[in-house]
Write a protein that binds this ligand. Structure first.
Ligand code: GLN
Length: 208
């Protein structure tokens, strides 16, 4: 199994490290690698879009032709996990700031996001999250200038909530998390994602 991490800006190595640990834990023979070009995406069976600065990541992805390729691969069923800025980019709709900065959204999920929902004063915070899909033990959510998911519709469902806000959503093979699961040492979200990768059709099955 080869999982790519979009490596144009942001928390790339953290995702690569934790994906490798999670593969080890699940006894999956595979690797996590940085993806910078469309060629890097040719043979991946899963993809992570990390946190960082969403406008910057979107511009660099667009310039490298990654945007179009990611959309095509997602349509073919490639499992994709977007965290924080990555979650913003997966959305169909964004708030005023997203619109004003002309951030290119991939539009892969029926969600609308508020890019800096917690305001600029609250830089970061940590809370215990109860996420049914990964078991009873709370997951430490690390939020850094985090967005929120304002609403979900269509085929997208809520995957995680904190108080009254949606902090995780899933639509088939695509998942958005507004916090940073790669910064803690709890592997469960990455393991969950790797299981999605394992359960998909072979990566080359429907690619030419
Ligand atoms: N709020 C940031 C943005 O707009 C995302 C922050 C993050 O990824 N840590 O891009």
């Amino acid at each position: 199994m080869k999982v790519g991490v979009i490596a144009v800006q942001g928390a790339v190595t953290e995702h690569i490290d934790i994906l490798r640990k999670a593969m080890n834990e699940l006894k999956i023979a595979g690797n996590a690698v940085p993806a910078r070009t469309t060629i890097d995406l040719d043979d991946v069976s899963g993809l992570v879009i990390p946190g960082g600065e969403s406008t910057t990541i979107s511009r660099l992805m667009f310039d490298a032709g990654l945007q179009q390729k990611i959309i095509e691969l997602a349509m073919e069923g490639l499992p994709i996990l977007g965290t924080c800025a990555g979650a913003i980019l997966l959305a169909k709709e964004g708030d005023e700031e997203v619109q004003q900065t002309k951030t290119n959204l991939l539009g892969l999920m029926d969600i609308s996001v508020n890019r800096n929902a917690y305001g600029r004063q609250v830089d970061s915070f940590e809370v215990d999250l109860q996420i049914d899909e990964i078991g009873k033990r709370p997951f430490k959510g690390i939020f850094i200038r985090a967005p929120t998911i304002e609403k979900v519709w269509g085929l997208t469902s809520v995957w995680a909530e904190y108080e009254d806000t949606i902090v995780g959503a899933k639509k088939g093979n695509v998942m958005a998390i507004t916090f940073h699961p790669e910064l803690g040492d709890d592997l469960r979200i990455h393991e969950y994602f790797l299981k999605m990768v394992l359960n998909q059709k072979p990566p080359t099955a429907n690619r030419v």
